[in-house]
Design a binder for this molecule. Structure first.
Ligand code: G6P
Length: 608
């Protein structure tokens, strides 16, 4: 999991590449490097640590050139170090390669290359690529690259330059995202759009097995040795959308963007009469009737949205729904046939496990519907039906607005399919849609009303070693997401328990002053949750309750209670997740953690 930027044009590539890498740091940030061709010399700089280390080194020892490639890394093979940073060079240092992905057969290839006399400087899988290119090189860089990538198994997007070819930048895509940016007299290569959006809005999405040869004012794309045409797309969103907008962190900005993101996701689909229009969903009533089972498959936060989605679909569409994590699903012997609908949920649309699960299900005949935030992502391109969450780019590793818009996607899909199948009565449908439209405002109000309380709770829990979230029904699913948020950025051990399950083991963990946050918004289960709260309270827990306005009695049971606006049970998860998001944010902040780039994590996990 890494980010790639490449440049060929008339300007100083170093500056352009560094600027692009900065926008890609969310893809990995344990080391960075770049290589440029400067008057037929290949010059490079690469450093362990954040991009600032690379910048500092280039400030001290400037390198420049009008052709170059850069890389920000998230280690897979080999620890973060200067040697393992990209670019990797061949022995004579006349070819340089940057890589995103994983070469699965690298050990076999490494042995073969060592037997041929090649020596390796790093522990990476990437270094075999540059030596393979060197091995096949006979004066034609593109030819050598084509032969080399033929030998690779795994996932890779590559940027390649050589001092012997000062007018050529080669880009390769297989299973890892890569785009070309089209400028005037200059061309760009990048793992994602924000890297080049300051420079151009014209973009080509490379497809699997594409090998592109870029010169200063033209490019050719080959696929399987055939010359191919790829459509140029115009990017409509603004670079501002990918910057912090005055907030201290992307995460805080993204929490505050939720009302707008939810509104955008809703309003493009529901007209004034309450009818739903889904432009990329093609399932007919006839086809829907034939669907006998639905799997929802995703990773991390997207999986938690899927758990809530399962409930919605079962409720409104009356179909059996199984939610599973992609890394398990892909290796399970699932019941999949032509009557199965698999709903893939992925913010990035590039998560390796999720993509593999999609392909596995598709190969067995399932219909694939994806919920994703990235137009043109791999998940989107390989699905028959797509629901785009219009959350805009999410940069913070801890997902917030992608999650809430994924919930909205499930609300809309369940209502739409419920009506299509004839299971949802018209009046009830309109009542629910009307309330759905109120949610952006309710979410906004919640963000402002719980902000201060979140800070106070963060102070209270910052030195604790453990914290537990409890809830029942939909509140349990929200608890899972709430605990994940706290873990990933505050590094406090947090777990979620279904309230009724506590007595079967977990309650043994409760001692004097153990913080427990109880989510109690599901009115049909409210009394049950109250009993669970009492049981942890009587064992000494410090309990914070999150509930609806009407449940004033909770104030006499908990140490602190946060009241939320009233809404339907199914919509309460949109409101109840806000406080946990902010608690996680402020706790990480107080502890001095890197909020947007927590340790050991990356935003987009494009390797298994
Ligand atoms: C990573 C991120 C999580 C995210 C998960 C799935 O682990 O850190 O925030 O939920 O990947 O990502 P996706 O892009 O498929 O939703």
């Amino acid at each position: 999991m890494c980010g790639i930027v490449g440049y060929i044009g008339q300007k100083d590539g170093t500056e352009i590449i560094l600027e692009g890498l900065e926008k890609l740091e969310y893809r990995g940030y344990d080391s960075a490097g770049l290589a440029v061709i400067d008057k037929n010399r290949l010059r490079y700089s690469k450093h362990e640590g954040k991009l600032s280390n690379l910048k500092e080194s280039i400030r001290e020892e400037p390198i420049s050139g009008t052709l170059g490639i850069g890389h920000t890394r998230w280690a897979t093979h080999g620890v973060p170090s200067n040697e393992n940073s990209h670019p990797h060079m061949n022995g004579e240092e006349n070819i340089a390669v940057v890589h995103n992905g994983i070469i699965e057969n690298y050990l076999i290839l490494k042995k073969e290359l060592i037997d041929r006399g090649y020596t390796f400087k790093s522990d990476t899988d990437t270094e075999i690529v540059v030596h393979l290119i060197d091995f096949y090189y006979e004066g034609d860089l593109l030819g050598a690259v084509t032969k080399a990538v033929d030998r690779l198994k795994g996932a890779y997007s590559l940027g390649i330059i050589s001092r012997l070819h000062p007018d050529e930048l080669i880009a390769v895509r297989y299973e890892s995202p890569l785009i070309l940016g089209i400028g005037h007299g200059e061309l760009f290569v990048a793992s994602d759009i924000p890297a080049i959006l300051n420079r151009t809005r014209k973009v080509v999405y490379l497809e699997n097995n594409d090998v592109a040869k870029l010169s200063r004012d033209s490019y050719l794309i080959y696929n399987g040795n055939r010359l191919v045409e790829r459509e140029i797309k115009e990017i409509e969103w603004d670079i501002e959308a990918a910057s912090k907008d005055g907030y201290d962190h992307f995460m805080l900005k993204e929490i505050h963007q939720q009302p707008q993101a939810i509104k955008d996701t809703l309003l493009r689909r529901i007209d004034n009469n309450g009818s739903i229009f889904l432009e990329n969903i093609n399932i007919t009533a006839e086809e829907l009737k034939k669907i006998n089972r639905v799997y929802i498959v995703a990773c991390g936060t997207a999986y938690h949205a899927g758990l809530l989605g399962k409930y919605m679909l079962e409720q409104f569409v009356r179909v059996v729904v199984i939610a599973d994590i992609a890394s398990e699903f892909r290796y399970n012997d699932n019941f999949i046939d032509e009557g199965t609908l698999v709903i893939i949920v992925s913010q990035s649309g590039e998560t390796a496990d999720t993509l593999a699960a999609l392909r596995e299900a598709k190969s067995k005949g399932a219909r694939i519907l994806s919920i994703t935030n990235v137009v043109g992502s791999s998940v989107a391109r390989e699905s028959q039906d797509i629901f785009y969450t219009w959350a805009g780019p999410e940069i913070a590793v801890a997902s917030t607005k992608a999650y809430t818009t994924q919930l909205v996607a499930f609300y809309i899909l369940s209502l739409y399919f419920g009506r299509l199948k004839g299971n949802l009565e018209e009046n009830l449908y309109h009542e629910i849609v009307n309330e759905l439209k109120e949610l952006p405002d309710k979410v906004k109000k919640t963000i402002y009303s719980v902000d201060l309380i979140a800070m106070e709770i963060a102070e209270k829990i910052k030195d604790k070693s453990s914290l537990f979230y409890i809830g029942r029904g939909l509140d349990y699913y929200t608890s899972l997401e709430a605990a994940l948020k706290l873990k990933e950025i505050s590094y406090i051990h947090a777990e979620a328990f279904g309230g009724g399950e506590l007595k079967h083991g977990s309650i043994a963990l409760i001692e004097e002053d153990t913080p427990v946050i109880a989510i109690a918004t599901q009115q049909n289960l409210y009394d049950k949750t109250v009993s669970n709260i009492k049981s942890v309270k009587s064992r000494g827990a410090y309990v914070i309750g999150i509930t609806r306005e009407r449940n004033t009695d909770l104030g006499t049971i908990c140490d602190k209670v946060v009241y939320l606006d009233e809404s339907f049970n199914i919509f309460m998860p949109l409101l109840s997740v806000i406080l946990p998001q902010l608690i996680a944010y402020y706790t990480a902040l107080i502890k001095g953690n890197d909020v947007d780039k927590p340790r050991n994590l990356a935003k987009s996990v494009t390797v298994e």
